[in-house]
Design a protein around this ligand. Structure first.
Ligand code: BGC
Length: 400
């Protein structure tokens, strides 16, 4: 086996990702905050102070830039920017603008997500995504983000994992309010239609703010793999959970690809990984090439011309050596896909920090450890290793 390497394509994004609710702390006006404190929702632990990144974002950015990363994906929290319907907080908008300027001044290009799972409580109270007027309300919020994204921001992600939003809505109807397992419950169709409409309205709003912004959205890809004979079942299972959202990205400037593991599908649906398969702290099968499959599938659905950006990929583990192994395998799959002509424009690891993993702090995805009491940050060896690849601008490529 020989190891060679592939030089980053021009302008390649090299970074790490976060989401506001998972790192900021005290997101008290959001639907998740309320859910975390509702015993009926059975959420194992609340987010509380999270990583206190609302106050420590400069330190987070200093670390990422110092490690060698050139890109940082973070999200704007709708519940802060519009805590009451129609009332926009100038101070919060200025806060997120400072983050954009802070990233730029450190040599980090910001990729700004406008919605990453959490909603303002008032929006949830009026019926969430499927209520009348929801799409217009989201578009109005996006318009009000103009001061944050109008200058200096090259990439905007309108909605993170709309397919998981539809799946969570489907699960909630069945009484399950947590973050779903990889097998994926049935998505709620009305929510699917609503978030697709919201995305299209948001793309329009972002382009009106600045037509130079590359706008898209990020889809969770479960890498459904058909067992022999189960190809049709797999395609039918995948369509409402994935492909419908990929197709809705036609006309966007790029599509975000997010992948962690795979799911095998037999004639009767998903098949759990074998008992002896290595599992991560989220209980997902350890499967480093997942993102390579996800990229290829996305390109098959949307067409090869569409720029692809890996906006999340990573592993929840307490064994940081295994994290390096995972990223090594994942990057080799990305390099192979670039070799095969896919238009891949970036790779952002999930996650910059050990953060609030939708119900629990136990699954640690971070490149940087965070002390839950002092909030002290400590980069792990994987952060140093991955950041350094950004300095040499090379992707590992393994050939046999
Ligand atoms: C989400 C993140 C989440 C990660 C790991 C993605 O589904 O966008 O918020 O923490 O996967 O579960």
């Amino acid at each position: 086996m020989t190891d060679t390497s592939l030089h980053f394509p021009d302008g390649f994004l090299w970074g790490a990702s976060t989401a506001a609710h998972q790192i900021e702390g005290n997101n008290v006006n959001s639907d998740w905050w309320r859910k975390e404190h509702d015993p009926a929702a059975k959420i194992p632990e609340p987010s509380l102070d999270a990583c206190d990144s609302y106050h420590r974002w400069e330190q987070d950015m200093d670390l990422l830039a110092g490690l060698g990363f050139t890109d940082y994906r973070f999200s704007v929290e709708w519940a802060r920017v519009e805590p009451v319907a129609g009332t926009f907080s100038r101070a919060e908008i200025a806060h997120y603008r400072r983050m954009v300027d802070g990233a730029l001044s450190r040599g980090l290009r910001p990729l700004v997500t406008l919605h990453h799972f959490t909603l303002p409580q008032w929006f949830e109270d009026r019926g969430g995504w499927t209520a009348d007027g929801a799409v217009d309300l989201f578009a109005r919020y996006v318009e009000n983000c103009a001061p944050i994204i109008a200058g200096g921001v090259r990439h905007v992600c309108t909605i993170n994992e709309p397919n998981m939003i539809a799946v969570m809505a489907g699960a909630a109807k069945a009484g399950d309010h947590g973050f779903p397992p990889a097998g994926l419950p049935t998505p709620d169709e009305d929510t699917t239609h609503a978030v697709i409409a919201a995305h299209h309205a948001a793309v329009k709003a972002v382009r009106a703010i600045n037509p130079g912004i590359q706008v898209g959205w990020s889809i969770a890809n479960q890498v459904y793999q058909a067992l022999p004979g189960a190809e049709d079942v797999t395609a039918a299972y995948r369509y409402p959970r994935e492909d419908v959202f990929i197709e809705a990205a036609r006309g966007d400037d790029y599509i975000g690809v997010q992948s962690y593991t795979r799911t095998k599908i037999g004639p009767d649906g998903p098949i759990p990984a074998p008992q002896d398969a290595e599992r991560t702290l989220t209980q997902w099968e350890y499967y480093p090439p997942a993102v390579g499959h996800a990229l290829r599938h996305t390109a098959d659905v949307i067409g090869r011309g569409m720029p692809l950006i890996v906006t999340e990929v990573g592993i929840a583990t307490s064994d940081d050596t295994r994290r390096v192994d995972y990223y090594t395998g994942s990057l080799a799959a990305v390099a192979a896909a670039i070799d095969d002509g896919l238009n891949i424009q970036g790779y952002l690891a999930w996650s910059a920090l050990d953060n609030y993993e939708w119900g629990s702090y136990k699954p640690t995805f971070g490149l940087i450890a965070v002390d839950p009491v002092t909030f002290e940050r400590t980069p792990k060896p994987s952060a140093v290793w991955l950041g350094n690849l950004g300095r040499v601008r090379e992707l590992p490529r393994t050939t046999t």
